[in-house]
Design a protein around this ligand. Structure first.
Ligand code: BDR
Ligand code: CA
Length: 319
């Protein structure tokens, strides 16, 4: 039986790749997509999610806009990384029909039905709001897999903070302090290992088709950003790893621990993982530390381009 999930996201170039993976995998019963402000304001994120559904011919999947601002601080978006439209300034057009709101209520309503999990690919504002509204209902979710934070890896928007958790650290704190269900942090320690290299992008370019063209188009801006920012070629694709891990636990290894987050000062947004059990507190997270990046890449590319198994196998093995 397919597991029931809500994908909470802020599309976002890598969110777009994650949505394509989740939908095309055919492994998940996607109850809906909730949108949070992060890479771009939530309304723009919802438009981007709609474009992806249109591309995949899956416009029946419902999209709900959730929180438009972090719990207490001003919204800081990431158009420098994802482009003004959040999809690498590709400005794909789509049929702009009504966008639904009520993302937080949708999460709670579905949580109450049971056996529902959340894959969270953006800031945790929607999840924190849901807890503030109805903690008991929230804790009837099955589990949460969240892309965000870092254990030993350095930050990507400050020396110590990862973007999703840095945008709304108070929300992360609300979630961590009130959780009674399994929570996995798919942080930079593992997502940094998942790089769409120029080789893979050229493979996707050669494969072409609707999806291939879309992926090459939206990642162009992201690749340019990586070159300007850190002189690397290719781009780190964080969010699809959370989806892949949700489906296949053998892709990553980790450990459980107590974790807290810094909400003020120079280290704002930093996740503090009590790996040596100093605080003697109940474990509230699973922290991922290792990823089989070749297996992930094979899985990701095979789902997107199912007719190219042999080529994908060879190119990933030799990458
Ligand atoms: C995370 O931040 C966003 O820019 C990406 O979409 C990803 O979810 C990586 O730090
Ligand atoms: Ca994201």
């Amino acid at each position: 039986m397919k597991r029931k999930v809500i994908i909470d996201c802020d599309p976002g170039i890598d969110d777009a790749l994650a949505l394509i993976l989740a939908i095309k995998s055919n492994e998940l019963d996607i109850l809906g997509i909730t949108i949070v402000s992060g890479n771009v304001p939530a309304l723009q994120g919802a438009k981007n999610a709609k474009k992806i559904l249109k591309l995949l011919g899956r416009e029946e999947i419902k999209i709900y806009v959730g929180e438009e601002y972090p719990l207490v601080r001003k919204l800081v978006t990431a158009e420098d990384t994802h482009g003004l439209d959040g999809l690498g300034e590709t400005n794909y057009t789509f049929n702009e029909d009504l966008i639904d709101y009520g993302g937080v209520d949708f999460i709670l309503e579905k949580a109450k039905e049971g056996d529902v999990s959340i894959i969270a690919l953006g800031p945790l504002t929607n999840l924190a709001k849901a807890i503030e509204k109805d903690k008991e209902a929230f804790n009837s979710l099955e589990e949460i897999v969240s892309m965000g934070g870092a254990f030993k890896s350095h930050g990507n928007c400050s020396p110590v903070a990862e973007f999703n958790y840095w945008v709304d650290p108070e929300a992360v704190k609300v979630v961590l302090d009130n959780l009674e269900i399994p929570f996995t942090m798919v942080g930079l320690d593992v997502t940094r290992e998942v790089v769409l290299t120029p080789n893979y992008i050229e493979l996707i370019n050669q494969i072409g088709g609707n999806i291939g063209r879309f992926v090459v188009d939206i990642t162009r801006f992201y690749v340019d950003f990586h070159w300007k920012q850190e002189r690397t070629l290719g781009c780190v694709i964080n969010d699809p790893l959370a989806v892949a891990y949700f489906i296949d636990r053998s892709l990553c290894k980790g450990f459980t621990s107590y974790m807290d987050i810094v909400t003020d000062g120079i280290a704002i947004g930093q996740t503090v993982v009590d790996v040596a059990n100093f605080y003697r507190k109940k474990h509230n997270v699973r922290v991922l530390t290792d990823v089989n990046s070749k297996e992930f890449m094979k899985y990701f590319l095979n789902i997107l381009f199912e007719d190219y198994k042999e080529e994908i196998e060879k190119i990933v093995d030799n990458n």
